[in-house]
Design a protein around this ligand. Sequence first.
Ligand SMILES: Nc1ncnc2c1ncn2[C@@H]1O[C@H](COP(=O)(O)OP(=O)(O)OP(=O)(O)O)[C@@H](O)[C@H]1O
Ligand SMILES: [Mg+2]
Length: 314
Amino acid sequence: MLIVEDLYVKYYTRRGTVSAVSGVSFTMQKGEMLAVVGESGSGKSTLALTIMRLLPRNAVVERGRILLDGIDVLKLSEDEMRRIRGSKVSMVLQDPFTTLDPLRRVIDQFIEFLMEHGLDRRSAEKLALEALESVGIPKTLAYSYPHQLSGGQKQRVAIAMAIALKPSLVIADEPTTALDVVVQKQIMDLIDTIKRGGTSVMLITHDIALAIERADRIMVMYGGEVMEIADKGTIMSRPLHPYTQGLLASIPRLGSDKIPESIPGYPPDLRNPPKGCVFHPRCPYADERCRSIKPQLIEVEKGHWVKCHRVVKA
Ligand SMILES: Nc1ncnc2c1ncn2[C@@H]1O[C@H](COP(=O)(O)OP(=O)(O)OP(=O)(O)O)[C@@H](O)[C@H]1O
Ligand SMILES: [Mg+2]
């Protein structure tokens, strides 16, 4: 369904060039939930915006290919991309305020979005109401203004818009971070039902515990690179990258008197990334090779990819 090949994205800034995504490759299957996890600044949102073709103007895709249902996304014209956005791939953001105009009724914004994709007003209104109802937003709320909705309700509206045209892929970038715990669970349950309906979901989160709870597979990013990919059971039982191991050790456990350990040190400065392995300055096992040679992402067992010199193929 989705193939990302050797993707490189840079931001040009007055203070230098930021290598935000470097050599990222992975695939997604139809109907699966892939969690993309990593600390702040690891390139998760940049990856999402590249797939959506919504990067800011100071960003450049230097290299790579993105195939979505066989469509070469990076080669499409702006017009072609506008037709695909929302209908083949859509995005749910952390802050639904940015999706919704506070001054216009929810239903009007929804209708306009659907009409941009070729629906006439009557079928757009019908589909909008159906989509809203499917996420638990009743008709009365549909005809109100965004400021009359709670954060969770706004996020439901954003999800309804993301799924209305039955896209193959929904990218959810920290969809629950701005919400309280109870509403977080409701929104994640809703995202689960989308997945069960056959839509692939890319869940972007810094929260590895949430990723483990919800996703089928997990992709760990660090410093703009993929460090490890595997199904969630493998990540939990046999994490091979020291960074993945560090993330797992940082999960607080209820009822345990062990204090979770955070990974010492800070993420790299991507204007001037470290030589060799990007993680070596924080890695407890780093040796001379790690400081000088960049490791390759290799498949150590079926479906389990790791980028670390210490890991050898079984
Ligand atoms: N518009 C921009 N201009 C310049 N640099 C940017 C821009 N947006 C992001 N960056 C830089 O690109 C790198 C990757 O950022 P990105 O937002 O993709 O990370 P992230 O993993 O989504 O982080 P977070 O968890 O904080 O959302 C960071 O070093 C960030 O500072
Ligand atoms: Mg982000």
